[in-house]
Design a protein around this ligand. Sequence first.
Ligand code: ADP
Ligand code: MG
Length: 255
Amino acid sequence: MTTLQPPVRADGKLPLITADKVNKHFGQFHVIRDVSSHFYQGEVTVIIGASGSGKSTFLRMLNRLETHDSGTIVIDGIELNHNLKNIDAVRREVGMVFQSFNLFPHLTVLDNITLAPRRLRNMTRAQANVVAMDLLGKVGLAEHAHKYPHQMSGGQQQRVAIARSLAMQPKVMLFDEPTSALDPEMIKEVLDVMKDLARSGMTMIVVTHEMGFAREVADRVIFFEKGQILHEAPPEEFFGECGNERISAFLGKIG
Ligand code: ADP
Ligand code: MG
């Protein structure tokens, strides 16, 4: 068991996720290097950094799509280790949305959303449908429940993917470049759904290059470089300081 004592913040909130000196290699390549951070309940964290800096790998470790080699990851009191029961429990609590929406092509929107709750949360079809229709309303797609993914735009599919994750009632949502595969006119509709989710109090970790989103809704911005957290700060501070040359160079490139 972990002996980490999570710090309680002044507002009484506890970290939902704690990473402590986490390391990961792919063969000889040291992809994540001693990463430590706390992610608090209700906090929105945006992670930025150059391609290849380890952002996706870090997110994937948080729901055990990748294993870490050393260090500790604790999510809502559950330590991620080789205990399969822990992994199942964590997967139920951690939702993830990918760049490529990954909807099941042979299922309708409604069935895409209700599949996991029916199988893993033991909901009846009727119960799961009620939850799904409510979520589809929230992402602005109530009219599209009976369509198949290929009948929808990329932005609509990504909103379905978000609704599908939310149907499992996760405690935290991870987003890995959720708008990178979208045409510009569809980016806003997905970011708007994510902003609503942030305002509803969801704990979110978002890898994105959408700096407007970071400024508007992030509580904290983390800059990854070569598998390490080079810098982290609230957005007003992060974007305000030009002190760090590597960060300003990066922001200049994407901005
Ligand atoms: P980012 O999301 O910041 O672009 P990634 O976490 O995807 O970075 O990748 C970090 C580095 O790890 C890259 O050099 C990538 O090529 C490498 N990498 C990622 N996944 C694997 C894997 N499954 N096997 C080997 N190398 C990988
Ligand atoms: Mg990535």
